[in-house]
Design a protein around this ligand. Structure first.
Ligand code: ATP
Length: 251
């Protein structure tokens, strides 16, 4: 079931491109499942993968932006409509999504995809209003997210975006989380865009788990969660495979 509680979203120009930003440290099969599902469900022509140069909320990744983009390109291969962007690799200073979206200046306005784990603290990101004015935000379900955090994330954005019905909103969000609502769409009158919560069949894997796993004893299991060409590249180059010297948390 799909639920649409938007007003007037139909008159907006349909996005043709979806942006997927992230550290991609490294890109894994979960990212590809996410991109495929969004492309099919939102019927966009393409996905633009944007590796972060210097993430504002995380330590600087040890693997360079160029190398993470190289792995992304291997993962993308010849998939129609998919490509990567070096916009954040070239940016001096922290890679704020607001800056990236303004720099790209894509028309019609694109979708910007994020997992609901990332959306929980969206309002703390640099200039969230600029993001909401420059893209239609698509939040997707990710295994392990908890309802209170996700609900609060949506309520905070909706409060800043014009009148909304909190009871309906809560019902919609819970429906997506529980799996009996496929999608909820809100129009954001204050920003002239839309916000949606989309249920996807996500793969339960994160780059953090992968980095830890690749440096541990169960390496072969974790290698399988990488796209084939990325797996070969990582094995050949030996990146992520060495256990950090001062760290004995790994099994
Ligand atoms: P880390 O563990 O280092 O935080 P990550 O696996 O979350 O990494 P990112 O590159 O930070 O990967 O993620 C980019 C975007 O993709 C984020 O919006 C994140 O929520 C989303 N994402 C990552 N993995 C998945 C997954 N398995 N399913 C759905 N969304 C995902």
């Amino acid at each position: 079931m799909a639920m649409d509680i938007s007003e007037g979203a139909d008159c907006l120009l349909r996005p043709r491109l979806a942006l997927l930003g992230g550290a991609f440290n490294p890109v894994h099969r979960g990212h590809l499942v996410l991109a495929k599902e969004v492309q099919a469900k939102l019927d966009v022509e393409g996905i633009l993968f944007i590796p972060t140069g210097h993430p504002p909320h995380k330590d600087l990744p040890e693997v360079s932006c160029e190398e993470r983009q190289k792995m992304l390109d291997l993962a993308i291969g010849a998939t129609p409509g998919w490509r990567s962007s070096d916009v954040e690799c070239r940016m001096a200073g922290p890679s704020y999504t607001a800056r990236t979206i303004s720099t790209l200046a894509i028309t019609p306005l694109p979708f910007f995809i994020m997992g609901d784990d990332a959306f929980v603290d969206f309002w703390e990101w640099g200039e969230p209003e600029v993001i909401l004015r420059g893209a239609h935000v698509v939040v997707v379900t990710r295994p392990g997210s908890t309802a209170p955090g996700v609900r609060e994330g949506f309520m905070t954005v909706l409060r800043a975006s014009g009148p909304f019905d909190p009871k309906m909103t809560r019902r919609g969000i819970d429906g997506v989380l529980e799996g009996h609502v496929r999608e909820v769409v809100w129009s954001l009158p204050h920003f002239g865009t839309t916000l949606r919560y989309l249920r996807i069949e996500a793969l339960s894997v994160s780059s953090t788990e992968l980095r830890n796993g690749l440096a541990g004893k169960e390496r072969d299991h974790w290698l399988e969660l990488l796209p084939d060409a990325v797996k070969s590249y990582i094995v050949e180059k030996g990146i992520y495979l060495a256990r950090p010297k001062s760290d004995d948390r790994f099994p």
